[in-house]
Design a protein around this ligand. Structure first.
Ligand code: SF4
Length: 686
């Protein structure tokens, strides 16, 4: 690190804010390096580097206790037990679970490790819980999925922006700089059951009952058409399927939608007029719209609205999905997904299989087929016919998976659980072997941010003695499993060179991206099909990625939540993130400043609802669903709908929001319904 500091990127969300790290007398300090600055998570991220919670020695469970061992003992033990499980139960006896925070190189090598070194089809990752519904909807509508198919800077010129199920004022505050024009011009529309800090900035806040977003999108589409604002030329020239979509939306006039969602018909019509009257407009969705058993249809309904207004593939306007995890975009492109090969290729496509088998130097027939999705994989662990061994990289499913109590039981039932992590996460506590690995600023690697731009996150500090990189761990295990060492390189740039070749010709083509170009400061959005190609900041300007060049309307209808409230469980529970924490909290709960800002579980409740349950502000409540119960401190929130409670999902133990959540899966994306389940409120001693 030089005195001017070393440039790198934040370890957390998909905005991937630039920062520099500086040595000071007190340790390592963070300085913002880009537009919009940093949020409190970025400012405090250096605390992770010298955290007293840091793991620096492999741990092996002996006599029920996790005991320090050397690396050879740890890796030899893991390799031996993986081989034993494979001999007893076949290749699918072992499974792999990755994460959307892993670099592109790690996601790529992890998928290759599963398919080649283990020969298993049982590989998926926590991004299935985050972005898979919007991803599937985008592929259906446009033929390709890139979260924002335009650069972030396009939002600067937007007169109107509709945010459906996004709360960037807490999840990624620097992003708000891009919405300043829409906010100042009275063009921000926020769809959220809660009056969030983002909703406070909006000209129009629409608060539908949880699980009714799709009906609301149909109502606004209806208002657009009824008001004569359908972009008929665009629909005729650039799309297909409007008639079938309209046949459904025609039956969802705003007054009918008001009865289902609670959103006044006049507000639906106002939203339609704000969007239709804007020079440049965007419709953006995030987890609030997507984490439903009908998540693909719901994201499709918001895409329908954008298509009816003629926004996607138009300079200065569009539809996009706000990706959440740091490498949520790249993590879903390079092969750690159950149904996918690198370059965003399908594992069932014979051409893709041949190409990847050739790059990997293995027979095509040796590549397994598609495996189960994340929740299905996790709940099959240790069951008859299910996997008996699991390797976890960059994920904490004991906290972050839906129906977390059941998932923790399944993890505990394994013959072998191996967790590579930076700290002793809740999942690592259950492990047979824990492998301490390097983290963000301690190693080089690429990530693909929410606008599809590939970033090189530089190494800024040395990792502590005793840890290895994830790539080094995969290399060490692969060699012990009999693989040629050169097939699993441990150097990030070497892995990236192979990823480039593997992605060549695929939808997410990185073949023209090199570390040298990224080090030189080039801004490269995929696809980048050759070293001379400048990248593709805006997709779809000329045509969409379907063979006929047209975008598709989705014929989607409202179905409501999988588990609506009833007499026994009368409230909707919805979950989400708060400013001080990130995902399962494994990192941020260990940053003292963030733990002080938000140290424990709370539940937001309307005061009338709380009083009916006999709960005062600050009391400890039990929130119960059909799957479990969690403890939380009551917060009175008068702006909340009386039929809704909100719980953040960052806390552990008996404070896990995911002890409650409903694992009902979307039929296409297999994403669980994190955003709505039925609960009741009880006093602490209930
Ligand atoms: S907005 Fe996201 S990337 Fe930026 S500092 Fe905050 S957590 Fe880090």
């Amino acid at each position: 690190m030089t005195s001017a500091g070393t440039g790198t990127h934040c370890p957390y969300c998909a905005l991937q804010c630039r920062m520099t790290l500086h040595h000071t007398g007190d340790g390592i300090a963070v300085r913002p390096g880009g537009r919009g600055g940093l949020c409190v998570k970025g400012w405090t991220s250096a605390a992770l580097l010298d955290s007293p919670h840091r793991l620096t020695t492999p741990l092996l469970r002996v006599g029920g206790e996790l005991c320090p061992v050397d690396w050879d003992t740890a890796l030899d033990t893991v390799a031996r037990r993986l081989v034993e499980i494979r001999a007893a139960h076949g290749p699918d006896g072992n499974a792999v679970f990755g994460g959307g925070g892993l670099t592109n190189e790690k996601a790529y090598l992890l998928g290759k490790f599963a398919r080649v070194a283990l020969g298993t089809s049982q590989v998926d990752y926590n991004g299935r819980f985050c972005m898979s519904s919007a991803s599937a909807a985008a592929r259906q509508a446009f033929g390709v999925d890139r979260g924002l198919p335009f650069p972030l800077s396009d939002l600067d010129g937007a007169d109107a922006v509709l945010l459906a199920g996004a709360n960037p004022a807490e999840t990624m505050p620097p992003f708000l700089a891009h919405l300043k024009g829409a906010i100042d011009g009275g063009g921000l529309i926020v769809v959220d059951p809660r009056r969030t800090p983002t909703a406070e900035l909006a000209a129009l806040h629409l608060a539908p009952a949880p699980g009714t977003d799709l009906a609301l999108a149909l109502g606004i589409l209806h208002a657009v058409v009824a008001d004569g604002q359908l972009d008929e030329d665009y629909v005729a020239e650039r799309t297909a399927g409007f008639a079938a979509a309209w046949r459904i939306a025609a039956a969802w006039w705003p007054e009918r939608v008001e009865r289902v969602t609670g959103v006044p018909a006049a507000d639906q019509r106002r939203a339609a007029r704000l969007l239709a009257g804007a020079g440049n407009a965007h419709v953006l969705t995030a987890r609030g719209a997507e984490q439903h058993a009908s998540g693909v249809a719901t994201a499709g309904a918001w895409i329908n609205l954008a298509l009816a207004l003629g926004l996607p593939g138009t300079a200065g306007s569009g539809w996009g999905c706000l990706t959440g995890q740091g490498n949520g975009q790249g993590g879903r492109e390079h092969g750690q997904k159950a149904d996918q090969l690198p370059g965003y290729r399908s594992i069932t496509d014979p051409v893709a299989r041949r190409h990847i088998a050739e790059v990997w130097g293995v027979p095509e027939g040796s590549l397994p087929g598609a495996g189960p999705s994340a929740y299905e994989l996790l709940t099959a662990l240790g069951t008859p016919g299910g996997p008996r061994g699991l390797l976890v990289f960059g994920s904490n499913p004991a906290v972050s998976a839906p129906h977390a109590g059941l998932v923790a039981e399944r993890l505990a039932a394994l013959d072998l659980l191996v967790v590579a992590d930076v700290v002793l996460s809740e999942t690592a506590r259950l492990a047979d072997v824990v492998l301490p690995v390097a983290q963000w600023a301690e190693e080089e690697g690429t990530l693909t941010n929410l606008e599809g731009r590939i970033l090189l996150r530089a190494k800024a500090v040395e990792p502590p003695p005793g840890v290895r990189t994830d790539l080094g761990v995969l290399h060490g295990l692969a060699v012990r499993l009999g693989q040629p060492p050169e097939r699993f390189p441990a150097a990030p740039e070497a892995v990236f060179a192979e990823l480039r070749a593997a992605s060549r010709g695929g939808p997410a083509d990185y073949s023209g991206v090199t570390y040298a170009r990224l080090r030189a400061g080039e801004s490269l959005h995929w696809p980048v099909p050759s070293p001379a190609h400048p990248g593709t900041p805006r997709l779809f300007l000329d045509s969409f990625a379907h063979a006929d060049g047209r975008a598709r309307f989705a014929p989607v209808d409202h179905s409501g939540p999988a588990e609506p409230p009833d007499a026994e469980f009368p409230l909707y529970a919805t979950t989400g993130r708060i400013l001080a924490h990130y995902q399962s909290g494994a990192q941020t709960r260990r940053v003292p400043e963030l733990a002080a800002a938000a140290g424990g579980m709370f539940v937001e409740v309307h005061p009338d609802t709380a009083r009916r349950a006999g709960l005062t502000d600050g009391a400890v409540a039990v929130v119960e669903s059909r799957r479990g119960r969690t403890r939380a401190t009551v917060r009175y929130v008068p702006s909340l709908r009386p039929d809704v409670v909100f719980l953040p999902f960052h806390f552990a133990g008996d404070e896990r929001a995911n002890l409650l959540t409903n694992p009902a899966l979307d039929p296409t994306s297999r994403m669980p319904e994190f955003k709505v389940c039925a609960v009741r409120l009880l006093g602490e001693r209930a």
